[in-house]
Structures are given as structure tokens and as C-alpha cells.
Write a protein that binds this ligand. Structure first.
Ligand SMILES: Nc1ncnc2c1ncn2[C@@H]1O[C@H](COP(=O)(O)OP(=O)(O)OP(=O)(O)O)[C@@H](O)[C@H]1O
Ligand SMILES: Nc1ccn([C@@H]2O[C@H](COP(=O)(O)O)[C@@H](O)[C@H]2O)c(=O)n1
Length: 209
């Protein structure tokens, strides 16, 4: 079974993806980290983020072993990721890696922006996770502060809104729910309640198979 999770920045996709994968014994891929890794390679090389040739080269050289680098989680890298992810050739290079991950047994949960629309249009279950931007900014700020960073909630909110706009309005694979996606608004749900709601969606889909 393939479970596709999409949604805007900091909506809780990764948290939910990890929990669902654990619940069902599936593998989980946070696809945002792939674009973050490309962006980080560009930043390290001192390259212009819009340089298509260098961005494609960085995408071709990706090393999944480095996906755990905590620097990839920073706001700066996330913002840069939303610039390089709008380059069509970069997305093209990364499609196969994601589809292969999805296809391998015993099942997979992928989260990102275009999983249900482009990467796995035939996914068994598609969930589009949303939450009020202020709620998302609050959660992200608390997360950053817990890591010891000096995060300003208004700046975090501005970054989230800017990234959402860029991701929604790009020409290729824009952020949007697939027509057959189930929208899950977790603004007023804690993590456990959000996971329960998602499991109910997955179970209903399994019962229909
Ligand atoms: N339902 C929830 N209630 C409270 N906090 C939550 C909930 N879901 C996620 N969070 C918290 O919100 C923050 C953002 O969640 P997460 O990193 O899963 O979002 P994301 O959509 O994967 O973000 P990104 O856009 O970086 O991929 C984290 O600190 C997470 O613990
Ligand atoms: N399937 C995806 C996943 C991510 N992106 C882009 O990467 C940026 C960072 O993603 P996070 O999920 O880690 O926040 C995001 O803003 C997107 O621009 C993507 O295009 N497709």
C-alpha cells in the first residue's frame, strides 16, 4: 500500500507520515528533505539558487546518507529548497528515486507537495494535511526554540506564507490537493488525535479495496 501525504509548510505532514509508517510497518520518506539537500549543496557551493545547471548537478549527486543532517531543517535551507524545487529539470531528476521508494515492499508513506498529484497519482490513500497558518507558525516556533534557536513567531509565519505562495504558484507540480485526496485539518487536533483521524481515513480506504 502507498499512502501519499501532501500539504503546506509545517502542517504536520512529516510527523503524521512517520507515525502512520510506524503504525503500518511501512517505510517513510519525507520528500522535502530531498529538495532541502539539493538547496544545501547549492548554498555550500556558493551557487545562485536559480542556476539550473548546478542545481541539476546537485540533484544528480544526492547522497541519501546525508538526509539526516540537522542543518537541512533550518528555515534558510527550507526557503532555498522552495526556490530550487521550482526548477523543472531538478524535479525530473528526483522523480525516479521517489517512485522507486514508493514501489518497494512492504508499503510506503511519502510526504511532500506533489505526492498525490505527480509522484504517486495511483496511491491507495491520499491525505492533504492543512492547519491554520498561525497555528503552524506557533508549532514551528516552539520546535525551533526547543532546539535552542531564537525563533521569532512573526518571522516564522512570514516564511511559511512566502513558501506556501511559491509552492502553490509555481508552473511545475504546484502544491494542491489531488482530486481524490482527503483533507485533514489538524488546527484543533493534537498529534495523537491527528494520527487517529488519519488512520480512520486509511482504514476506510482499505475496507473499500
Ligand atoms: N497535530 C499537531 N499538534 C501539535 N503539534 C503538531 C501537530 N502536528 C505536527 N505538530 C508539530 O508541528 C511542527 C511541524 O510539524 P512537521 O515537521 O511534521 O510538519 P511538516 O508539514 O512535515 O513540515 P515541513 O513543511 O517542514 O515538511 C513540529 O514541531 C511537530 O511536532
Ligand atoms: N514533494 C515536495 C516536497 C518538498 N518540496 C519543496 O521543498 C521545500 C521544503 O519542503 P519541506 O516539506 O521540508 O518544508 C518546500 O517548500 C517545497 O518547495 C517540493 O517541491 N515537493
Amino acid at each position: 500500500m502507498i499512502i501519499a501525504i501532501d500539504g503546506p509548510a509545517a502542517s504536520g505532514k512529516g510527523t503524521l507520515g512517520k507515525r502512520l509508517a510506524h503504525h503500518y510497518g511501512y517505510r517513510h520518506l519525507d520528500t522535502g528533505v530531498i529538495y532541502r539537500a539539493v538547496a544545501y549543496a547549492m548554498i555550500q557551493a556558493g551557487a545562485e539558487l536559480s542556476n539550473e545547471v548546478l542545481a541539476v548537478a546537485a540533484a544528480l549527486e544526492l547522497d541519501p546518507e546525508k538526509f539526516g543532517n540537522p542543518i537541512l531543517k533550518t528555515q534558510k535551507v527550507g526557503d532555498a529548497a522552495s526556490v530550487v524545487s521550482a526548477i523543472p529539470q531538478v524535479r525530473e531528476v528526483l522523480v525516479n528515486f521517489q517512485r522507486q521508494f514508493a514501489a518497494d515492499p512492504p508499503g510506503a508513506v511519502l510526504d511532500g507537495r506533489d505526492i498525490g498529484t505527480v509522484i504517486c497519482p495511483d496511491a491507495d490513500v491520499k491525505i492533504f494535511v492543512v492547519a491554520d497558518p498561525r497555528v503552524r507558525a506557533r508549532r514551528r516556533t516552539l520546535e525551533a526554540r526547543a532546539r535552542g534557536e531564537d525563533a521569532d513567531e512573526e518571522a516564522v509565519l512570514a516564511d511559511i506564507l512566502k513558501r506556501d505562495e511559491r509552492d502553490k504558484n509555481r508552473a511545475i507540480a504546484p502544491l494542491r490537493p489531488a482530486p481524490d485526496a482527503h483533507t485533514l485539518d489538524n488546527s484543533n487536533l493534537d498529534i495523537e488525535a491527528g494520527v487517529r483521524a488519519a488512520i480512520a481515513i486509511v482504514e476506510a480506504a482499505r475496507a473499500r479495496r
